[in-house]
Design a protein around this ligand. Sequence first.
Ligand code: HPA
Length: 249
Amino acid sequence: MQIDLAIVGGTGLYNFPGLAKVEKRVVQTPYGPASDAITLGELGGKQVAFLARHASGHSIPPHRINYRANVWALHSLGASRVLGVNAVGGIRADMAPRVLAVPDQVIDYTHGRITSFCDDGAARVEHIDFTEPYSARLRSEVLAAAGRAGIAVVDGGCYGATQGPRLETRAEIARMRSDGCDLVGMTGMPEAALARELKLDYACLAVVANWAAGCPQGDAAPEISLPEIFAHLEAATAKIPPVIASLLA
Ligand code: HPA
């Protein structure tokens, strides 16, 4: 099967509206089950696959997601372009709540996750080039699509991937800022690296849900409010379907 675009939905995006000829596939992989059944459907005559990274009831926390099964499942269905949608906290001044961004770099602070298909019993070990962690082609396609749809998207930024599920301390975010991180999220890695191992065109569409701890005013910043996160996510996530429709047009 030819899939024009696979979408991995993060917090706040558990299904993709407007698909025609919808079919659900439960995919078995050598790494176990994917987070959820994969929804296949058509958008504007193009074939789309959608997978809810945390499962439809948000039951799988970031550190327990079977990233290998998810990426493998999409690849095995015939996907070659994968857009990961990830909720994030904003660190840089222009990454305010409700902003959409297409990061261009990653720093991985996660631990204890299985980060590679080159693991127990793999036929051979491969050291992928990860200088540019995201597909330049898919990044520019997403940015152009957002432009055509009239949706503002920040071009670039460094995604710092943390372990979660707790949010970070003020000191952790201060360190991440000085490391060069602009955004912080819990699910961007190892998904991007696994996608590269399978030679998929992979990009991240980050949805800013909140200011990261201690941002933007330093010590004066209030604690992060979960109801506010969900309100911001809902508003920002509503901008994603038009971007994807334009990407597939
Ligand atoms: N930190 C990490 N992950 C997140 C955040 C955050 O502040 N907001 C949404 N996902």
